[in-house]
Write a protein that binds this ligand. Structure first.
Ligand code: NAD
Length: 291
């Protein structure tokens, strides 16, 4: 069993990006600049945004955090987005999801300039991704592809089962892995909450991407020997033994699945850190586009 070490791989990636930034600066080129908008005080969202900002500092990017109160109106948020769209110094920006209920998420995502949409959520970028045209790939699927590539996990002709059809993980993952590409060329089955006999499907999988958000859902009896397992889930599970009162759990029951796996990602330290590294990669790409 080989651990797909997202922490180490993301650090390698960050070093490569940092070296690129040093080179750019020496050549008198622009320093990449990522901005993030956070609306409200959701604990998990604040943690994610802060780690994104910290990661920017680590690789030598400029970063801007726009911290807006919970009661921000949709109009005010759209105004902030328009400002970032027009700001020549900002190469890319993200709006941290989820947004408060009174704000229409779709409207907000549509307002982002596709050339600055480093999360890859704008319909124009989703369309380009689907057609296999150059674009910003959504960070989590992009990170999974990178992890598979760097560990030379064979995907060509393999049976891949993706659990979860969200727009940010499951669906793009299923599209990307079915494409003719590195870490692609797979035969993909996309499963979801209405899928019948999921166990029968996962038992035939060479590679499973679990992205459903249910702690320790995938158990050893649901997988075959030699499977590769990518665990995307991050769920806070109550745990009185921890100082903060909870622990982070993946969608995979690591203890029963790992012994049957050829490759497996841990939680934490698997897909999570890769997501942040790929956001930085997309920001660097956005900056290079305007050189
Ligand atoms: P989501 O919550 O939007 O959707 C969950 C999906 O799982 C749905 O498509 C649903 O049909 C499917 N599903 C639910 N129950 C199921 C079941 N019993 N069997 C099969 N399918 C089922 O999903 P999301 O936003 O992709 O998030 C999934 C998980 O991944 C969450 O824990 C989230 O926190 C985590 N996540 C992690 C990262 C990262 O960087 N590691 C990034 C994004 C999301």
């Amino acid at each position: 069993m080989i651990i797909l070490d997202g922490k180490k791989t993301s650090n390698d990636l960050k070093e490569e990006i940092a070296a690129e930034v040093v080179k750019r600066k020496a050549e008198g080129k622009k320093t990449p600049h990522l901005a993030a908008i956070l609306v409200g005080t959701d604990g998990a969202s604040m943690t994610y945004v802060n780690s994104k900002v910290k990661a920017c500092e680590k690789v030598g990017f400029n970063s801007t955090l726009i911290d807006l109160p919970e009661e921000t109106t949709e109009e005010q948020l759209l105004h902030e987005i328009a400002e970032l769209n027009n700001d020549k110094d900002i190469d890319g920006f993200i709006v941290q999801l989820p947004l408060p209920n009174h704000i229409d998420e779709q409207k907000v995502l549509m307002a982002i300039d596709p050339d600055k949409d480093v999360d890859g959520f704008h319909p124009v970028n989703v369309g380009k991704m689907t057609l296999d045209l150059p674009t910003f790939l959504p960070a989590t699927p992009f990170g999974i592809l990178e992890l598979l590539k760097r560990y030379k996990v064979e995907t060509s002709g393999k049976n891949v089962v993706v659990i979860g059809r969200s727009h940010i993980v499951g669906r793009p993952m299923s599209i990307l892995m079915s494409q003719k590409r590195e870490a692609g060329d797979a035969t993909v089955t996309l499963t979801h909450s209405r899928t019948k006999n999921l166990s029968e499907i996962t038992q035939k999988a060479d590679i499973i991407v679990a992205a459903l958000g249910k702690a320790e859902f995938l158990t050893g009896d649901m997988v075959k020997e030699g499977v590769t397992v990518i665990d995307v889930g991050i769920t806070r599970v109550k745990d009185e033994t921890k100082k903060r009162g909870y622990r982070l759990a993946g969608d995979v029951d690591f203890d029963s699945v790992a012994p049957k796996s050829e490759f497996i990602t841990p939680v934490p330290g698997g897909v999570g850190p890769m997501t942040i590294a790929m956001l930085l990669k997309n920001t660097l790409l956005a900056c290079e586009k305007v050189d």
